[in-house]
Design a protein around this ligand. Structure first.
Ligand code: GDG
Length: 754
């Protein structure tokens, strides 16, 4: 948490508020904040565009920080700008880069996917959640545009700090365009457990979006562990729960816990200065955005229950509920408003007298100084969300207790409950329990109130928002984390139970799996270590090893050079091995002449390092040596030529493959080998492991789903049907090493190949 660890913090402090050049660079390039909204929102009025501060916890937390430190804030300005209309790109001491969004974008990306899908799902309220593909598509598109603006305005940023659930795909779009970017993300809402998160049809995409970051922050440990859990179970990523690291190929994403704080001193000062209003009754205060996660109806019912259980409070206590209008375009929020209006009417109708009404409900926003006065004067704060990322209201209330100490009642479903232990914690669904807590708060003696509040205040003063920002930025700018190489224990956890008492049939891709990808296929030679572990597997009586490659059969057999293995070449169109009949797909005869013609045609267009590999009935057009900017040009022409000659074009690593469209792939080849070796009931007689790194291996992963243990080698940014991921070729070597030396299968004689 030391400011000195983060060069930017120190530099800003010394140079005051200036945003001019520091150390020869524009200070604005140093930190970039991205969030759905800019810290202020424009609206269109008769007099032109009107600017107001944006509501919500995120702005309360971050705006002061950027104001103090300078930088760039990227977000939506709140209004669709007309042609030629401009908004200021300066705000106070920092720069602003607006992202233009159309009405459709707002409907589908913001009200739709963000607020009708992610918001309820992440608050573990699947009953409120809608999954709409069109919303998802626009969400992805808008996220990409945010990334484009960031890349245009802040390519050299020291750190891009992306906020909240609206922008979960933006990191991946940025990473694709800028490998070296330093990206951090903070989620202000909960991250749900695996069983809830996996309800989302786009679960993998969202996880991949975030894993592109160097640092992913959550309010509390529980959310962080949920995220790690999902990355492992849904993406098959390797994780280290203790070190909180997720592996993504050769890079890693660090996960961290950063409980957000508030501007403690500011709230305290405003509370001291706020005007006093005469108040006859004792006040139980609720302050929320009008949102179904905040538990307002439940709170009103709990207060009603208090009056039933403890009638002595009638006439003496009021529930003052402030509800800031929010997301009123979403039907559910309008329904919630009607529900609350009705409930307030019912309770007031039931208990009110000519001089007293139990509930005072104000549906509007209050200026900050008034709010601080209300916090200060409330005897009890009733903060009872059904689920809440953190909840700043609880913290603000505590900061404003500058006079007679009040009591904080806090839902155990709020992230804030993790640290605010001295609050009276309640289950918001338990109306009787909450009513009793209100009673206890109203009757608590001063000594207890004072000691609870002073501990709470001490912590919130120390862990204020400035400390949060520094803590996060320090972590974000720290050394890149690294994950220990894959360990024997991890491999054992995956495989021990699976292979126990069964013989094993092992399928391995070659390029990118057993050897690293190199500039030319002829250079992809097996290392001595890899050959050793491969052969220690192949020599076992309970293990069969097959190499399944896109190379021609002759080529792969020659480059591996081990006659005891089974080989499948040309993506499985040709198979050969010691215990297996030589197989060559019968339709291949039709492709020999065509392959020759296609070869000639591809050779004619090849230039700038592109070249064609002839593999008998199939071909590969290689682009590894072609400058990246020119690859798509060659890809397009090559694909067209392949289709013209009656082939299917399939993308591979920096290459495109011409495959005969005969419904045969690596998956079918694996089935062929398994049936040849073990008979039609192979799945009862043998365990299967398949390891591959390529798009063409996905055919085998899909075919084997539920039937085998599958591993995809490489980074998490490519979708896969494999169960697990291995970071690189070294990970494969370790896996084979374990398989080679595992205890011999006792039952191997009974389950041996036919
Ligand atoms: C998200 C997460 C997380 C409310 N009424 C008025 C007013 N407010 C201000 C409060 C507070 C903010 O709005 C609400 O913050 P919360 O934390 O309670 O909730 P969300 O807006 O849902 O925020 C949340 C937060 O992000 C930060 O990470 O804690 O869990 O859901 O600051 O003071 N402000 C003024 N007038 C009002 O009438 N001026």
């Amino acid at each position: 948490m030391e400011a000195a660890n983060f060069p930017f913090v120190g530099a800003r402090r010394k140079s005051g508020n200036s945003t001019k050049r520091q150390n020869g660079r524009d200070a604005d390039s140093r930190i970039v904040v991205m969030s759905n909204r800019l810290p202020f929102t424009y609206s269109r009025t008769a007099g032109g565009l009107k600017r107001q501060p944006s509501p919500g916890g995120l702005v309360s937390a971050l705006e002061p920080t950027l104001r103090r430190r300078g930088g760039t804030w990227i977000g939506w300005p709140g209004v669709e700008l007309k042609k030629g209309e401009r908004i200021s790109t300066r705000a106070d001491t920092y720069r602003v880069a607006p992202v233009a969004l159309s009405e459709t974008d707002i409907t589908r990306y913001y009200h739709g996917f963000s607020n009708r899908t992610l918001w309820p799902l992440f608050h573990s309220l699947p009953g409120h959640t809608q999954f709409v593909r069109k919303d998802w598509n626009v969400y992805a598109d808008v996220n990409e545009r945010f990334a484009d603006v960031a890349l245009r305005h802040a390519r050299n940023a020291e750190l891009v700090w992306i906020h909240d659930y609206h922008l979960m795909l933006t990191p991946e779009f940025m990473r694709r365009a800028h490998r070296e970017a330093r990206l951090a993300f903070f989620l202000h809402i909960p991250f749900p457990p695996f069983d809830i998160f996996r309800l989302c049809p786009w679960d993998k995409e969202l996880l991949r979006g975030l894993i592109a970051c160097d640092l992913i922050g959550f309010h509390i440990e529980y959310y962080a562990q949920n995220f790690i859990d999902c990355a492992e179970k849904i993406l098959g990523a390797r994780v280290d729960r203790e070190a909180m690291i997720i592996e993504d190929g050769d890079r890693v994403a660090k996960v961290g816990v950063f409980p957000i704080g508030i501007e403690f001193d500011l709230f305290q000062e405003q509370a001291m200065r706020a005007r006093r209003e005469s108040q006859r009754e004792r006040v139980v205060l609720g302050v929320d955005r009008l949102d179904y996660t905040k538990g307002i109806p439940e709170r009103i019912r709990a207060f009603e229950r208090l009056l039933e259980l403890h009638p002595r409070h009638k006439g003496n206590v009021v529930l003052l509920q402030l509800a800031v209008p929010s997301r009123s375009q979403v039907a559910e929020y309008r329904d919630l408003k009607s529900e609350i209006d009705e409930l307030v009417g019912q309770v007031n109708g039931r208990f009110a007298t000519s001089t007293w009404s139990p509930i005072r409900y104000l549906y509007r926003s209050f200026p900050r100084d008034r709010l601080c006065g209300l916090y200060r004067d409330a005897d009890v704060a009733l903060v009872t969300p059904l689920r809440d990322g953190m909840n700043l209201v609880a913290k603000e209330y505590v900061a404003c207790q500058v006079d007679d100490p009040g009591v904080l009642i806090l839902s155990r479903m709020a992230g804030a409950a993790e640290t605010m232990r001295e609050a009276l914690q309640v289950n918001p669904f338990d109306l009787d329990g909450t009513a009793e807590a209100i009673h206890r708060a109203l009757t608590m003696d001063e000594e207890e109130r004072a000691s609870r509040i002073s501990s709470l205040r001490r912590r919130e003063r120390r862990d204020n928002v400035e400390a949060w920002v520094e803590y996060f930025l320090t972590a974000g700018s720290g050394e890149s984390a690294h994950l220990e190489p894959i360990s024997e224990r991890e491999i054992q956890n995956w495989l021990r139970g699976y292979v126990k008492n069964y013989p094993l049939c092992l399928f391995l891709d070659y390029d990118g799996t057993l050897t690293p990808l190199v500039s030319h296929p002829s250079k992809a030679v097996l290392s001595t270590d890899m050959r050793e572990v491969l052969m220690s597997c192949a020599r076992r009586v309970d293990t069969e090893v097959s190499i399944v490659s896109g190379r021609s059969l002759d080529d792969v057999r020659k480059i591996v050079g081990e006659p005891s293995l089974i080989y499948a070449g040309n993506h499985g169109l040709e198979v050969e091995g010691p215990e297996i009949k030589r197989f060559r797909h019968e339709d291949l005869v039709h492709y020999e002449a065509r392959a020759h013609e296609l070869f000639e045609a591809l050779e004619e267009i090849a230039g700038e390092g592109a070249w064609t590999e002839a593999k008998g009935p199939t071909l590969t057009f290689h682009l590894r040596k072609v400058p990246e900017a020119r690859r798509s040009h060659y890809l397009t022409i090559a694909r067209k030529l392949m289709t013209k000659h009656g082939y299917q074009a399939r993308d591979a690593h920096a290459a495109v493959e011409a495959r005969p469209p005969i419904g045969w792939d690596k998956g079918r080849a694996v089935l062929h080998i398994l049936r040849e070796l073990y008979g039609p009931d192979w799945s009862e007689r043998v365990r299967v492991i398949y390891v591959g790194d390529d798009q063409t291996d996905e055919d085998a992963f899909r075919f084997l789903s539920g039937l085998a243990m599958t591993f995809r080698v490489g980074s998490a940014d490519t979708p896969t049907a494999a169960l697990h991921r291995l970071p690189n070729v070294e990970g494969v070597r370790r896996l084979l090493d374990w398989i080679g030396v595992r205890p011999l299968t006792e039952a191997s004689s009974t389950h041996a190949p036919l």
